[in-house]
Ligand binder design. Structure first.
Ligand SMILES: [Mg+2]
Length: 180
């Protein structure tokens, strides 16, 4: 595990999963409205530090609850507006949020582990260099996504998976503490 040796500068991009990384994840359920969105401890502080190190921070999140009709694009926008404004109040900044509304069964390349959201970010921010990008997530699909795009991958979970991860942490704050 070697994140403490990485020399991150403004040419780097941080990709973050949302549920279970930024906010509390409800296994088998979804964040459907702003009131359901609860930041995990230390996340706002961690993102403030990341904002001082990385050139860009992008959120990439699978949201099949939209295809299932459990919440709308407008509901999700309200949740993300809330998330971004709370992060900004704490001194951090999320540059963009990408979400995949498709159902798992659609096998869309936009949905992680497909890399469609990474390619969409690169289209919007052509300066993104995947070899100078880090993906942080709490599921195997996040790790496959990051690895497939050529990023470094940080796993925020205890389980063993079939992907060669670069770093394992318990929280965003722990990852932030490893970076200079
Ligand atoms: Mg997650």
């Amino acid at each position: 595990m070697n994140a403490s040796k990485w020399v991150v500068d403004k040419s780097w991009t941080l990709f973050l999963d949302r549920d279970g990384v930024i906010n509390v994840r409800f296994p088998g359920d979804y964040v459907k409205r702003v009131e359901d969105f609860e930041f995990l401890p230390g996340v706002k502080q961690a993102i403030a530090k990341f904002s001082s190190l990385f050139g860009r921070i992008v959120v990439v999140t699978n949201q099949q609850g939209i295809a299932r009709g459990l919440y709308s694009h407008e509901d999700l926008k309200a949740i993300h507006d809330h998330m971004q404004s709370e992060i900004e109040k704490a001194g951090g900044k999320i540059d963009a949020v990408y979400y995949a509304p498709q159902r798992d069964s659609e096998n869309s390349p936009m949905r992680k582990p497909g890399i469609g959201m990474a390619l969409a970010a690169k289209k919007d921010f052509p300066e993104i260099d995947f070899s100078k990008s880090v993906m942080v997530g709490d599921s195997e699909s996040d790790m496959v996504f990051g690895k497939s795009a050529g990023m470094r991958i940080v796993f925020l979970a205890d389980e063993e998976i079939g992907v060669d991860i670069d770093e394992r942490v318990d929280s965003l704050l722990e990852f932030a503490a490893k970076l200079r």
